[in-house]
Design a protein around this ligand. Structure first.
Ligand SMILES: C[S@@+](CC[C@H](N)C(=O)[O-])C[C@H]1O[C@@H](n2cnc3c(N)ncnc32)[C@H](O)[C@@H]1O
Length: 283
């Protein structure tokens, strides 16, 4: 990936951080089970030092910090300054003192070798400009025998939270042909793709597990439309190219298409992620 496109991806996250901050509470609620899955997969327990790569508006750092307790610590990282501010303000609001915040990409971690007992990344690896370099860097900072665990989106067809909106928007603003290796939500949706990258980075005992879950929150269809179109850089850019009547038509069609996921009066989407874990070799 060129330097220019890497900068563009990061600029997108920087703009998104405003909205990730706005929806911090909902994001935590919608994906709470994913933080738990990472905690279990990485075997995180009190007293450990844990690295969070691409922590966005704060997860899973904010969930892990109380778990590792005062004897342990969490090191949150993200290359987008706005994300770092949002996450660190939230930690301060909650009176947490065992999280350190660093603005840096996975590819350049400002930590000595073997600093952490474990490392986790929730829905962030697919955005690394240089995946194997980023994963190698994460492994460098983990202690020998330490576990790394990452979550990435599974295939589009199992994730209507995304596709219900994209299929409609794409009818109005045709999508450009996608490069499966470029940063994007579904970059590691293919089975074994992230496993291979993690092995190439030097991890051992690498495995992958499909994890179905539910994206649930007490919000209306109207609120869902607002949240989806604000949080995604791609949607924001596409909608900005349309006239108000077109946006209204898309909104109407999306709201009809997702009605089935709001039958109970709250949002409930079936979803699927892949959980990929591995270890740093002992020698
Ligand atoms: C989908 S968000 C996930 C945020 C958070 N972990 C969560 O699950 O709510 C992806 C995050 O990856 C970050 N990111 C982008 N490029 C990265 C890189 N090279 N290294 C680490 N994180 C990166 C973005 O800034 C963004 O905060």
């Amino acid at each position: 990936m060129t330097n220019e496109s890497a900068k563009e991806v990061l600029a997108g996250w920087e703009t998104s951080s405003h909205y990730w901050n706005k929806y911090q509470v909902l994001i935590e609620q919608m994906f709470a089970s994913l933080s738990q899955a990472l905690i279990e997969a990485a075997g995180i327990r009190p007293g450990q030092t844990v690295l969070d790569v691409g922590g966005g508006s704060g997860e899973p750092s904010l969930t892990i910090a109380p778990l590792v307790g005062a004897a342990g610590s969490v090191t949150y990282t993200d290359p987008a300054g706005g994300m770092v501010r949002s996450a660190s303000e939230e930690a301060r609001r909650r009176g947490m003192s065992n999280i350190q915040f660093h603005q840096c990409p996975a590819e350049r971690l400002p930590f000595p070798d073997q600093s952490f007992d474990a490392a986790v990344g929730r829905l962030s690896v697919m955005f690394f400009p240089e995946v194997v370099a980023g994963l190698s860097e994460v492994l460098r900072t983990v202690k020998p025998g330490g576990t790394v665990a990452f979550l990435v989106w599974g295939p589009r067809e199992f994730n209507p939270f995304f596709t219900a909106v994209t299929t409609v928007i794409d009818r109005f603003v045709p999508a450009e042909p996608e490069d499966d290796d470029a940063p994007g939500a579904f970059r590691f949706a293919a089975p074994m793709k992230l496993v291979n990258a993690l092995q190439a980075a030097g991890a051992v005992e690498v495995s992958e597990r499909v994890l179905p879950f539910t994206i649930a929150a007490p919000i209306t269809v109207e609120h869902f439309w607002e949240l989806r179109t604000e949080m995604s850089d791609t949607f924001r850019k596409k909608l900005a190219r349309l006239v108000p009547d077109q946006v209204a038509a898309i909104k109407y069609t999306v709201q009809k298409a997702v009605a089935a996921y709001f039958k109970t009066g709250a949002m409930s989407f079936p979803a699927q992620v892949l959980l990929v874990t591995g270890k740093k070799p002992n020698h």
